[in-house]
Design a protein around this ligand. Structure first.
Ligand SMILES: NC(=O)c1ccc[n+]([C@@H]2O[C@H](COP(=O)([O-])OP(=O)(O)OC[C@H]3O[C@@H](n4cnc5c(N)ncnc54)[C@H](O)[C@@H]3O)[C@@H](O)[C@H]2O)c1
Length: 369
């Protein structure tokens, strides 16, 4: 029998972010979108029509023999339930972040996958884009020496002005840390390796917020989560990162991530994007210099992690945006909250491998040479 060259994909959850996944998936020859589903079948039908696939109920999609891989784009509160159901149905899973809300659910997903011989991937996959891969090359090639410390800042006034369904952002499993933290922590683990311990203090500026998006203008949003975190992450590499993650800040002037090494400094681009700019300062250069991007995939390439997972499914090599990495990130986020609640440092138990860097010279549409 000829060796399979593509992986059939079923998308569950056809909301705001789904079109970016449909678009991204069309870039990679290894992915073939078979069908899409949503609890709201009308939404799934519209997406299927727009993207030339079949609309199905979740049950039909999970019974579809042409679907090998489920991409789970539902809201965080049901990520675990949907991923576990897909794994039980014998499908590999790539989930939006976070992997789950609770650590127990995250572990249940990883255990179920192992038991059934299936693979789990998880967003964010932005670290596989041109900007963060260029940073990785700069770090691995030693341009800034041994990294001693750095900063990470994700601060905004929240998504209620632009997101058509802003309520879930203020429920358990979201907030600035669980919604945006995965981009920053994943990027840092990609660049520095796993986190060893954390400490943090959290707060919330408002008990209720007001939606200003056109869909829910004026509606009040209850806030069930901390909305401002200030913390310190200690890495096994001995680097120390100071981080603030907040939905309570109108404006600021900090770079998303800066790394300080023994030979220079690196400004890392917004890890919620795939592009640059990447800026380096070295003692020999004398000024910040913008680095040419070394890798492709600078556009909005959501699906790149799922494509990498598809290579793992077909080729039995490791995928980069893995469940193990996402579980570690989930543990770090919970530990930051625990540290604030208990007013103490928290050690991190999980220690995943640093995902491998993408090679240079990739052909567009492929992730392996
Ligand atoms: N919107 C963005 O810019 C963005 C960016 C990156 C990641 N994400 C992540 O993607 C996920 C989805 O975000 P979104 O903005 O598309 O949300 P959304 O609310 O716009 O869409 C979620 C969709 O999932 C469907 N759904 C909910 N529960 C379901 C279930 N049990 N079974 C089947 N379908 C179900 C909903 O009907 C809805 O259509 C979230 O985890 C979010 O954090 C969003």
């Amino acid at each position: 029998m000829a060796k399979k060259k593509t992986v059939g994909v079923g998308i569950i959850g056809c909301g705001n972010i789904s079109q970016a996944y449909f678009n991204g998936a069309k870039t990679f020859e290894v992915l073939k979108i078979v069908s899409c589903a949503d609890i709201n079948i009308e939404v799934a039908r519209a997406k299927a029509e727009e993207n030339g696939c079949t609309a199905q109920t979740v049950k039909e999609l999970l019974a579809n023999k042409d679907v090998d891989l489920v991409i789970n784009l539902t809201v965080p509160a049901v990520h675990a339930k949907v991923s576990l159901t897909a794994l039980k149905a014998g499908k590999h899973v790539h989930s939006e972040k976070p992997l789950a809300i609770s650590l127990n659910d995250g572990k249940a997903i990883m255990d179920m996958a192992e038991k059934n011989g299936l693979l789990v991937g998880c967003a964010p996959d932005t670290f596989m884009g041109a900007g963060l891969q260029t940073c990785r090359k700069v770090v691995d090639d030693g341009w800034i020496g041994r990294i001693v410390g750095g900063t990470a800042f994700m601060m905004s006034r929240g998504p209620e002005s632009w997101h058509p369904n802003p309520f879930f952002f203020y429920q358990k499993g979201a907030g600035p840390m669980f919604d945006m933290g995965p981009y920053y922590i994943t990027a840092l683990v990609h660049l520095l390796g796993p986190v060893k311990s954390v400490t943090a203090i959290t707060s919330r500026a408002f008990e209720k917020r007001t939606a200003t998006c056109k869909e829910h203008f004026g509606k009040r949003i209850p806030v069930d989560v901390p909305t401002h975190y200030s913390g310190v992450l200690e890495f096994h590499s001995e680097a120390i990162i100071t981080a603030t993650v907040s939905f309570d800040v109108h404006k600021h002037n900090h770079s998303p991530i800066e790394l300080y090494g023994t030979e220079g400094s690196l400004k890392v681009p917004d890890p919620n994007t795939f592009s640059g700019p990447v800026e380096i300062f070295t003692a020999t250069g004398g000024e910040w210099q913008t680095q040419t991007l070394s890798h492709p995939y600078a556009e909005n390439m959501r699906s790149i992690g799922a494509a990498d997972l598809a290579y793992a499914i077909l080729g039995k090599r490791k995928h980069r945006a893995s469940g193990e990495l996402a579980y570690h990130v989930l543990e770090v986020m919970h530990a930051l909250e625990k540290s604030s609640n208990h007013r103490k440092h928290v050690e991190i138990k999980s220690r995943p491998d640093r995902p491998s860097a993408l090679p240079l010279g990739l052909i567009p549409g492929r992730l392996d040479p």
